[in-house]
Design a protein around this ligand. Structure first.
Ligand SMILES: Cc1cc2nc3c(=O)[nH]c(=O)nc-3n(C[C@H](O)[C@H](O)[C@H](O)COP(=O)(O)OP(=O)(O)OC[C@H]3O[C@@H](n4cnc5c(N)ncnc54)[C@H](O)[C@@H]3O)c2cc1C
Length: 505
C-alpha cells in the first residue's frame, strides 16, 4: 500500500535528522527513509563531530563569512555563506540548550582557513554523540522512521516531484508527499580511496539530475590530508598539528616548512603537497602523551597497542563541495524536491573549511525542513508504484561495475587531474552506462545513477580550465579571473554562472 505523509526525508545523517525535526516541529507528518539506521549511518556518524560557531573575542559573522569566501576561492554562494555565518552559533548552541548534548569549545587552536578558534564538538568527540541524540529526539516528537530502506527513484508527475519509490527487503514501496527532501550525502563512496562509509554513494545526486534538477560545483572534490594509511586506516585529526606534530617526506624533510601555516594550510594545499611526495610520514615525537590522548585518540590507541614502526600518511577522498543546486531554503530547481547537507552544492565553493559541513547540516537542515513543511506541491491521490523491469544483470556484474567506477574516479577524477584524464573519464563512464542500458531493473537503475553523479564530476572538471581550490589541473596551473564563477549542469548542458561579490548582502 502506498503511504502518504507531508514531508519525506531521505537519509539518516545529521542533515536528514535536522530537517526532519524542523518539519515535524512545524506540525508536518514526517517520514525518514534511510538505508541503514537513522543516526547511525552516513559520514555524520563517523565524523570527528566538529561544528563551527562564533565564541572567540573579536570574532563575528562578517569575519566568518569572509573566511568562507576566501576558503571557497570566491566561488561560495554568497547568500548561503552569509546565512551559515549568521545562524551557525544559534544552531550549534542549540545542541546543548535544546538537545542536551554537552559541548566542548576549542579556544586555542584555529582550524585551517578560520581566522579565530571556532571548533565546537560534543564531549568525547565523534559525530555519533550528536546524531544518536538527534535520532532519539526525532522519535520522541513523532518522526516516523523507515530504516534498511533504499531510495530507488523519485516519482514525478507533470514535472513535479510527488513522492519516492523505496526498496526494502527486495520489495518496492511508494511514499507520496507534497515535499521530498534529499539528504543522501555526497558521492565519496564512488572513489577507490575514501574515508566515507559505503552507504554514501551519490545515487541521490545522480537521480535528481536524471529527473532534471540542476547540479553545481561538481568538479570540486575535497581530499583529506590527515589520514593515516599505516599501521591503520584512521583519521589523525588536525588538532595535533597545532601541538607539535609534523609531516616528513621519505628524505625526512618537513616539506611544508616554507608554507605560512605549515601542516595547517587548507586541505586542498596540503593534500596536493602530500600527493607530490613519494611517501609521507607523521612525526609526533614533540606531542605530549596527554595531548595525543585528547587530540588524536586513534593514534594514541595505536601507540598504546605498541606500534613501533612507521606512521605513513596519505590523502583520501573526503567531501564533495558540489551537489544539487539549492536556494537558501533548500529548494532545488525541481518543484516538490528539496535538498540539504552534503547532497546539496554551492555553499563551500571550491574548497570547504573544516567544521563547515556538520554546521551546514544543522543550519540548512533546519531551514529546509521548515520550508518543506510550510509549502509543497499538492498530492491529491496516491499513485501506483511505477513499474520497473526484471533484473537481468549477470552474477557479479554489480560488483564489477562498482569497482571499475571507483578506479575511474580515483585515477582520472582524483587529486591529480588533467583535462585529458577528465575527458577520458567521461568516455569510460559513458561506456559503463551503456553496459547497463539494456537492463531495466532497480539494481541497474541504482548503478546508472551512481555513474551519472560520477560523470557530472568529470564533465564539470573537464570544462573548468584552471586550477582553483580542490580542482588542481596539471595542464592549467593557477586561478584564472574569467573562471570566477560556478558551473551549473542541467541534463547534458553546462552553464557558467557568476555570483558576484555585490550579491553578498
Ligand atoms: C571521517 C570523516 C570525518 C569528518 N569530520 C567532520 C567534522 O568533524 N566536521 C564537519 O563539519 N564535517 C566532517 N566530515 C564531513 C561530514 O561528516 C559530512 O559532510 C556530513 O556528515 C554530511 O552529512 P549529511 O547528513 O549530509 O550526509 P551523511 O551523514 O553522509 O548521511 C547520508 C545518509 O543518506 C543515506 N542514503 C544515501 N543514499 C541513500 C539511498 N539511496 N536511500 C536511502 N538512504 C540513502 C545514508 O545511508 C546516510 O544515512 C567528516 C567526514 C568524514 C568521512
Amino acid at each position: 500500500m502506498p503511504m502518504n505523509v507531508d514531508v519525506i526525508v531521505i537519509g539518516g545523517g545529521q542533515a536528514a535528522l535536522a530537517a526532519a525535526i524542523a518539519a515535524r516541529e512545524e506540525g508536518a507528518r514526517v517520514a525518514i527513509i534511510t538505508k541503514g539506521k537513522a543516526g547511525f549511518g552516513g559520514s555524520s556518524v563517523i565524523s570527528d563531530g566538529v561544528q563551527s560557531a562564533i565564541f572567540s573575542t573579536g570574532d563575528s559573522p562578517e569575519t566568518f563569512f569572509e573566511d568562507m569566501i576566501r576558503g571557497g576561492r570566491n566561488l561560495s554562494n554568497p547568500m548561503l555563506a552569509r546565512i551559515l555565518a549568521e545562524e551557525c552559533t544559534f544552531r550549534v548552541n542549540e545542541l546543548e540548550s535544546k538537545f542536551g548534548i554537552p559541548l566542548e569549545r576549542e579556544r586555542k587552536i584555529s582550524t585551517p582557513g578560520h581566522s579565530f578558534p571556532r571548533r565546537v564538538y560534543a564531549a568525547n568527540g565523534l559525530g555519533k554523540n550528536t546524531t544518536k541524540v538527534l535520532r532519539q529526539y526525532a522519535l520522541e516528537i513523532g518522526v516516523e522512521l523507515f530504516e534498511q530502506s533504499t531510495l530507488i527513484d523519485l516519482i514525478k508527475v507533470d514535472q513535479v516531484v510527488v513522492g519516492v519509490v523505496v526498496e526494502k527487503a527486495a520489495e518496492l514501496h511508494a511514499f507520496y508527499a507534497p515535499s521530498t527532501i534529499l539528504a543522501t550525502g555526497g558521492f565519496g563512496g564512488l572513489y577507490a580511496s575514501t574515508d566515507n562509509p559505503k552507504d554514501v554513494s551519490g545515487e541521490g545526486i545522480g537521480m535528481a539530475w536524471r529527473h532534471g534538477a540542476e547540479l553545481v560545483g561538481m568538479e570540486f572534490v575535497q581530499f583529506y590530508p590527515y589520514r593515516l594509511q599505516h599501521p591503520a586506516n584512521v583519521d589523525v585529526m588536525t588538532r595535533i598539528f597545532g601541538k607539535g606534530a609534523v609531516l616528513l617526506n621519505e628524505g625526512a624533510e618537513r616539506f611544508m616548512a616554507d608554507f605560512p601555516r605549515k601542516e595547517l594550510e587548507t586541505r586542498d594545499i596540503l593534500s596536493y603537497e602530500m600527493f607530490k611526495q613519494n611517501d609521507v610520514y607523521l612525526d609526533f615525537s614533540n606531542v605530549s602523551d596527554e595531548d595525543l590522548a585528547k587530540d588524536s585518540p586513534y593514534v594514541y590507541r595505536l601507540v598504546k597497542k605498541g606500534h613501533q614502526g612507521e606512521w605513513k600518511m596519505y590523502p583520501v577522498q573526503h567531501y564533495c563541495m558540489g551537489g544539487i543546486k539549492v536556494d537558501e531554503w533548500g529548494r532545488t530547481s525541481l518543484q516538490g524536491l528539496y535538498a540539504c547537507g552534503e547532497t546539496s552544492g554551492g555553499l563551500h565553493g571550491a574548497n570547504r573549511l573544516g567544521g563547515g559541513s556538520l554546521t551546514e547540516a544543522l543550519v540548512f537542515g533546519r531551514r529546509t525542513g521548515t520550508m518543506a513543511a510550510q509549502e509543497g506541491v499538492s498530492v491529491s491521490k496516491a499513485f501506483e508504484i511505477p513499474a520497473f523491469g526484471e533484473n537481468t544483470l549477470p552474477n557479479g556484474k554489480e560488483l564489477e561495475v562498482s569497482q571499475r567506477l571507483k578506479e575511474i574516479m580515483w585515477n582520472l577524477v582524483g587529486i591529480e587531474r588533467t583535462t585529458n584524464s577528465l575527458q577520458r573519464a567521461e568516455k569510460e563512464l559513458d561506456l559503463l552506462a551503456a553496459e547497463l542500458n539494456e537492463d531495466k531493473g532497480v539494481t541497474a537503475l541504482q548503478l546508472q545513477d551512481k555513474v551519472r553523479a560520477a560523470w557530472a564530476a568529470a564533465f564539470a572538471g573537464a570544462m573548468r580550465k584552471e586550477s582553483r581550490g580542490a580542482h588542481i589541473l596539471q595542464d592549467v596551473r593557477g586561478e584564472q579571473k574569467q573562471w570566477e564563477g560556478n558551473l551549473v549542469i542541467k541534463g547534458k548542458t553546462i552553464e557558467f554562472r557568476q555570483e558576484t561579490v555585490s550579491e553578498r548582502t
